[in-house]
Design a protein around this ligand. Structure first.
Ligand SMILES: Nc1ncnc2c1ncn2[C@@H]1O[C@H](COP(=O)(O)O)[C@@H](OP(=O)(O)O)[C@H]1O
Ligand SMILES: [Mg+2]
Ligand SMILES: [Mg+2]
Ligand SMILES: [Mg+2]
Length: 393
């Protein structure tokens, strides 16, 4: 499939970017959350207060990220030892989520498994960046209901970031955070997500995905994206209660479901924008076997899971290059958002993902996501494609 026939979710036009306003009311409104809270209360373990805290934390982090993305300067980009870009927003988002969760759930024993750590900020070369993160975090807190805790020192910020050092595992509760998933998309002005999940005894029981640049309307093929489209989606799910989406400004709430499409020819397929993150050729082979007609939609971050949960597309394929180990924070929130919306998330052998083994997902070859009807066909196409690939080596 030629590169020119790919559909790529467009950059957010400047006019739309400036319309990204999250009202104060989002973070603290009770109005629109009543329905989900009522639904959640009927399940055996409701996670009601954890969900409210997670939504506040992710929404506040989204505000911080939007501020940075608007003013993105080259000097905001740093290189971690693994050479992936990390920005003041990644650190700021992680510090904010950590602080809000601790404050909102004070009596709980607190464990957070998060992507970033403060190592690079502690030396002399990190001091300027650290000050910028501190200012960002304090400003974001001061402009919201946390003005009483908006005088954080750099040590407070470092401590909040390093709260994320937990290893997770199969016992007790652990929060799992990707403070900015899709950092490369974030730097390009494209899609990214703040992805927060809760593990309880090794299972994902709650997930929140804030997708500040995702349009509220579908990104599916029939819909022409325009600069007038409102952006900023918050997806959330708790186990047994379904998946909901609301605008990041909190103005409405809607239950979402994955697509009911049974015919693979009508399916739309999502994959990473970055070819380094997933084997596009392999996806293309699988799509051909299935008879998928539409070109793949390349989009950064767990926004793919969010878009799939509301039926914008039917299939998400992720086949990392050899040797790459998937981390739990790249999939935990997205996984429950899709499964509670009626979808299936599996490895290439059809096994469910196991989040109980610490920071890494031990899995077979890749991650595949679709609805229940299409999964058997998809698994068959994946198996055949992988066998062909192996025999051609
Ligand atoms: N070589 C690689 N193969 C697969 N995934 C990779 C990768 N290098 C980085 N990633 C992960 O891919 C994530 C982004 O996924 P996507 O391609 O769907 O946008 C990154 O999350 P971060 O941006 O949080 O670091 C990172 O964890
Ligand atoms: Mg990263
Ligand atoms: Mg990530
Ligand atoms: Mg990240």
């Amino acid at each position: 499939m030629g590169i020119n026939c790919l559909r790529v979710v467009p950059k957010i036009p400047p006019s739309a970017k400036h319309k990204i306003i999250i009202s104060h009311s989002l973070l603290f409104t009770k109005r629109s959350s009543r329905a989900i809270h009522a639904a959640a209360a009927s399940s055996s373990m409701s996670y009601e207060k954890e969900l409210a805290a997670a939504k506040k934390a992710a929404s506040l982090a989204a505000l911080l990220c939007q501020k940075v993305q608007k003013a993105l300067l080259q000097s905001d980009v740093h290189s971690k030892s693994d050479k992936s870009p990390v920005t003041v927003a990644d650190y700021g988002s992680q510090a904010l989520v950590s602080l809000v969760l601790e404050r909102e759930l004070p009596s709980e024993s607190f464990s957070l498994v998060a992507e970033e750590d403060s190592g690079d900020l502690r030396g002399n070369s990190g001091q300027e960046t650290l000050q910028r993160i501190r200012t960002l975090v304090n400003d974001t807190l001061a402009n919201n209901e946390y003005s009483s805790v908006s005088n954080l020192t750099t040590d407070d910020v470092l401590r909040a970031i390093d709260n994320g050092k937990s290893e997770g595992g199969s016992r007790g509760q652990h929060w799992v955070l990707d403070p900015i998933d899709g950092t490369k998309g974030f730097l390009r002005g494209d899609q990214y997500a703040i992805a927060l999940a809760l593990l309880d005894e090794g299972k994902v029981v709650l997930g929140v995905l804030a997708c500040p640049n995702l349009t509220l309307t579908s990104i599916s093929g029939e819909n022409q994206q325009s600069s007038q489209d409102k952006v900023g989606c918050l997806f959330f799910a708790t186990v047994g209660t379904g998946t909901y989406m609301q605008p990041l400004d909190g103005s409405s709430l809607q239950k979402v479901n994955v697509s009911a499409t049974e015919n693979p020819e009508e399916a739309s397929l999502f994959e990473s924008f970055e070819a380094a993150h997933s084997l596009h050729d392999l996806s293309s082979t699988i799509a051909k076997k299935l008879g998928v007609k539409a070109p793949p939609v390349r989009i950064d971050s767990q926004a793919k899971y969010g878009a799939l949960s509301r039926g914008d597309g039917e299939i998400y394929l992720r086949f990392p290059h050899k040797g790459y180990r998937e981390k739990i924070w790249d999939h935990a929130a997205g996984c429950i958002v899709v499964t509670e919306a009626g979808g299936v998330v599996a490895d290439a052998a059809g096994n469910p993902l196991d989040f109980s083994k610490g920071k890494y997902l031990d899995l077979e070859t890749g991650i595949i996501v679709t609805n229940q009807k299409l999964m058997p066909l998809l698994l068959k196409a994946v198996k055949e494609s992988l066998e062909e690939k192996a025999s051609s080596l």
